[in-house]
Design a protein around this ligand. Sequence first.
Ligand code: CTP
Length: 476
Amino acid sequence: MTKTEGYLDHAIFKLVGSTARELGVRAFVIGGYVRDCFLGIPNDDIDIVVEGSGIALAEAVAAKCGAKVSVFRNFGTAMLKYKGIEVEFVGARRESYDRSSRKPVVEDGTLEEDQLRRDFTINAMAFSLQEDDFGALVDPFGGIKDLAAGIIRTPLDPEQTYSDDPLRMLRAIRFATRLGFNIVPESLDAMKRMAGRLKILSRERIVEELDKMLLTKKPSTAFRLMDQTGLLEQFFPELVRLKGTETVDGKGHKENFSHTLEVLDNVVLFEQEAGREPNLWLHWAALLHDIGKPVSKRYSPSLGWTFHGHEVVGARMVPQIFKSLKMPLNEKMKYVQKLVALHLRPIALVDDQVTDSAVRRLLFDAGEDIEDLMILCNADITSKNPAKVARLRRNFELVKEKMAEVEAKDEIRNWKNPISGDYIMELFGIEPCNTIGQLKEMVKEAILDGVIPNTFEAADAFMRERAAELGLYPHD
Ligand code: CTP
């Protein structure tokens, strides 16, 4: 046992230790908190394992310090909130799992039996809270060694560990990605054999892991690993379909799976460079931006490979994918859909002559999300030819400058029609009808095309002229 100082300074640890002693049980800090201590990562979630009743210990601790305790009798756990930290108590278990669900059949066990049933050696380490060896590291499976070597390994045969809870296969990949660790080959092999077991998991649990993967610094690693192990195919076949490339008449096309992952990593990087917080939904948009490509792929001898309309097809696929993953079909989904639909627009401006009106239309369509769209679009510039990337990025900067100019002048981004329906009805003394919508649309088009400036006076004069053509005149 290694003596470990400094990690258990919070008052709760001594309190749990002394209370456990009074109850005649042994208690340990275990899992993520211990791992993160050694990694130097702050963690406010503390798991305590007790050789005895976790609930009884939690209640006794709470009675002493006046903390609030929530008891989950079905799970045999209790949660206590104390001085800014959350402490979960659980009795040490010897578990065997029902193959058809993730629900364990639980029997009381010793610390070591409990550690053996945990997911990874780096998550199975414990600190003793006993008075005589307070802070001693209990690490029967070499977690500290694996942590130093950057290895994800299961304490048991991986097939057993993953069969007990298939979510752990995704957790392994998430930890490997987040920490830059390697999963041992036998574990990866077990995943390949066990991939089908993911079907017993709820989609919500899977998406929770996906979200965490998407919020790492290099999410591509996670998606590559999920692909290599066959896990991705189980719940995200649309992504797997992006894989591969075809060659006809000696002409090939971009490998869209790798490209997508490159774009995803780029988005994370660009956000960071811009000093922005990671935006999970922007990451989802990056992941799905080309999802319509396999369906839209065509070959013609004159044009080669084309993916015309893939942004429209892709945007249409977004709700289906969200639904199949049981993700909420709310404004976040609409945001992802919008970015997928618009992802080609800024880059199209790079090739064209950048007109003010094209820029205004893009600002109008993207609205509040224009900056996110620009990050996505910039991230989408990938090529094996560095000179081409550099040229496109330079031109892209010009589009951004143009955009800033137009926005400063015309304020289109949060555009509201200066002419309201009520105003038109009152001016002409008319009831609600189609003409009102038509007049408002004409004003919008005229402003976006730069025919008139974005002011009430100009819009009003323009609208009165169009109304007169329709035989409408102000009534007095
Ligand atoms: N655990 C496990 N199998 C799981 C989930 C959790 O064995 N499917 C164990 C691990 O020992 C883990 C501990 O329970 O360290 C706590 O789980 P959790 O809070 O979900 O994860 P952390 O390891 O704390 O990491 P994170 O908060 O990043 O998920």
